[in-house]
Design a protein around this ligand. Structure first.
Ligand SMILES: *[C@@H]1O[C@H](CO)[C@@H](O)[C@H](O)[C@H]1NC(C)=O
Ligand SMILES: *[C@@H]1O[C@H](CO)[C@@H](O)[C@H](O)[C@H]1NC(C)=O
Ligand SMILES: *[C@@H]1O[C@H](CO)[C@@H](O)[C@H](O)[C@H]1NC(C)=O
Length: 337
């Protein structure tokens, strides 16, 4: 009996020791790789690839990171959050790499940047690298928060070069397209003041996202937005061949997408100027993105109904990625009020 127990304790002791070694050195090993040699995320068909192996991940959104890092005193909060994410096993974070014309703006006016805020973005990227977290960086907002396309149109008015006061002229006005390209070029070629690495050469960046939730209501045919995505994605690729690129779509199907139209949350969703399949098909777009806001998108506030919608919405987009696009599909935002 006693001997048996002795052996049991020995086994438990040995097992705890193994667990201890794994926890100490397994973690060290991960950090070593995270800290010193992250490699670029690539894609092979529908899969993300890192170092030749499929890369699966979970992640989160913290749009406010750059904004929070402008004040040096609040920077420890960012480190803490990234560490917390890493401990939870999350490896990708999506955040804003823009703030146009508002408080703590990165871009104060077209082509004019606040170095203080650029350093804040440098810090976010450097700190993510330290924690082994990769970032999806979005380049402009369709919505008005942090400036967005409304701010670009306002600037064009102020400089007397605007074609129209419509917010959608962001997509078709040549002067505004030029503003945006100028912005993209400055960000992609920025040399990080903490790491000395240009953003376009930094594998900490998982991908660029052209625009958060683009909608172009003035052209429901979708041609205007399609043309903008084609031009801007080619422009990004002409500067940066290292990183993956996505659009930032919500995932709605357009009016000509007869196969998928019935999967939209409601009729209006077909007329916001986007089409998930057509937009994501563009060869310079590497993967597709989808958002999920069942109760916000529908006037039917019934949990079972919303749940059924989400299930169909996810399955249809996964099938699109698998069969039509042959690209990965990422669900980049979801929420239920
Ligand atoms: C980093 O990883 C890349 C790709 O795996 C490899 O080619 C390179 O030699 C590594 N660099 C260092 C310093 O280990
Ligand atoms: C890409 O995927 C295909 C099909 O799964 C596979 O045969 C091929 O070896 C992969 N290529 C790379 C470079 O991983
Ligand atoms: C542009 O969008 C903003 C924010 O939604 C709105 O306040 C403004 O009236 C819009 N401008 C035009 C000309 O529609």
């Amino acid at each position: 009996m006693l001997g048996g127990n002795g052996r049991l304790y020995a086994i438990i002791g040995f097992a705890s020791c193994l667990v201890f070694i794994y926890m100490s050195f397994g973690d060290l090993w991960i950090n070593f790789h995270g800290r010193t040699n992250l490699s670029f995320v690539k894609r092979n068909g529908t899969q993300f690839i890192v170092d030749g192996r499929p890369f699966y991940f979970n992640g989160w959104n913290s749009y406010w990171m750059m904004d929070q890092c402008v004040e040096e005193s609040s920077r420890p909060r960012i480190r803490e959050m990234l560490q917390t994410g890493a401990k939870m096993g999350l490896t990708v974070c999506r955040t804003w790499a823009f703030n146009d014309g508002t408080y703590n703006a990165l871009q104060i006016s077209p082509g004019k940047f606040d170095e203080r805020v650029f350093r804040a973005l440098d810090y976010v990227i450097a700190e993510a690298r330290q924690q082994g977290i990769r970032l999806i960086l979005s380049l402009v907002n369709n919505l008005q928060a942090y400036g967005g396309k409304t701010q670009y149109v306002k600037w064009a008015w102020e400089e007397g070069v605007a074609l129209s006061s419509s917010n959608d002229s962001f997509f078709y006005d040549p002067a505004i397209r030029h503003y945006f390209k100028n912005y993209v070029k400055r960000v992609l070629t920025r040399k990080n003041t903490f790491t000395g690495i240009e953003y376009r050469d930094d594998p900490t960046i998982f991908a660029w996202e052209l625009i958060n939730e683009p909608r172009c209501l003035t052209d429901p045919s979708g041609d205007t937005l399609q043309d903008w995505i084609e031009e801007m994605s080619m422009f990004v690729k002409s500067i940066d061949r290292n990183h993956l690129l996505t659009v930032g779509l919500e995932g709605f199907y357009g009016p000509k997408n007869s196969k998928r139209l019935s999967f939209n949350p409601e009729f209006w969703a077909a007329d916001v100027g986007s089409d998930f399949t057509r937009n994501s098909m563009i060869s310079t777009i590497d993967f597709a993105s989808v958002h999920i806001y069942p109760d916000h998108w529908s006037h039917i506030q019934n949990f079972e109904y919303n749940l059924r919608f989400v299930s169909k919405w996810m399955i249809s987009h996964i099938e699109d990625g698998d069969k039509d696009l042959k690209k990965p599909v990422m669900f980049t935002e979801f929420g239920l009020s």
